[in-house]
Design a protein around this ligand. Structure first.
Ligand code: 5GP
Length: 189
């Protein structure tokens, strides 16, 4: 068990920060805005695995355009709850991005390091346009200024789980987004 891994399903799950209903209505709103902004264009959603998979599949169904989806998986080195900024692609896209309108779909932006790496990488593949849609942004935490065109919610600096977001691969299936209560490191002395 790693230091930050939950000890049981009950003792780490904090209160609901965003309910399933609140999320659903925001996803609908984002979908409508994206539909309006990309009128007469075909869109390619690039969802970042695994966290954004649930958001991306809901978002896709709220977009009324010809829309494709592709997935990329990134591994970032660091502890369970912090990103180091050192990022590696572990599953690349199947699609060619040349001349495509590409929208990166992310679950949460914390420091912004993951997305700034990914944005640079995808830009080198000559898309027609490249924008970002993130369900959650920890505004005060961003170390790298990246332009996020679509933001669902700005949240305080709490670690959150649910609706695709995990800790140690758990809690992705929760319909609401919860704060996580991270236990103090057990003092062996
Ligand atoms: P960044 O590179 O922006 O610091 O971190 C982004 C990645 O860190 C996200 O894609 C997500 O995997 C993870 N992350 C950052 N904050 C949280 C959080 O509050 N909860 C969860 N479950 N993952 C987070």
């Amino acid at each position: 068990m790693t230091r930050d891994a939950p000890r049981s399903t009950e003792d780490l799950l904090g209160p609901i920060m965003l309910s399933a209903e609140t999320i659903a209505s925001k996803v609908k709103e984002l979908g409508q805005q994206i539909t309006k902004d990309y009128q007469n264009h075909e869109l390619l959603l690039v969802a970042i695995l695994k966290g954004a998979s649930i958001f991306a599949s809901d978002l896709m169904r709220s977009i009324d355009l010809i829309t494709e989806i592709d997935f990329i998986a990134i591994s970032s080195y660091g502890s369970t709850t912090k990103t180091s900024g050192v990022v590696r692609i572990v599953k690349d896209l199947d699609s060619d991005l040349t001349d495509r309108d590409v929208l990166i779909v992310e679950d949460i932006v914390d420091s912004g390091l993951t997305l700034s790496y990914l944005k640079r990488n995808l830009l080198s593949r000559s898309p027609r346009s490249l924008e970002i849609c993130s369900l959650l942004v920890k505004e005060e935490k961003q170390r790298t200024k990246i332009n996020i065109r679509y933001i669902g919610f700005e949240i305080p600096d709490n670690f959150v789980v649910g609706y695709g977001l995990d800790i140690g691969q758990k809690y992705r299936n929760l319909p609401d987004i919860h704060k996580l209560i991270i236990p103090e490191r057990e003092n062996p002395h």
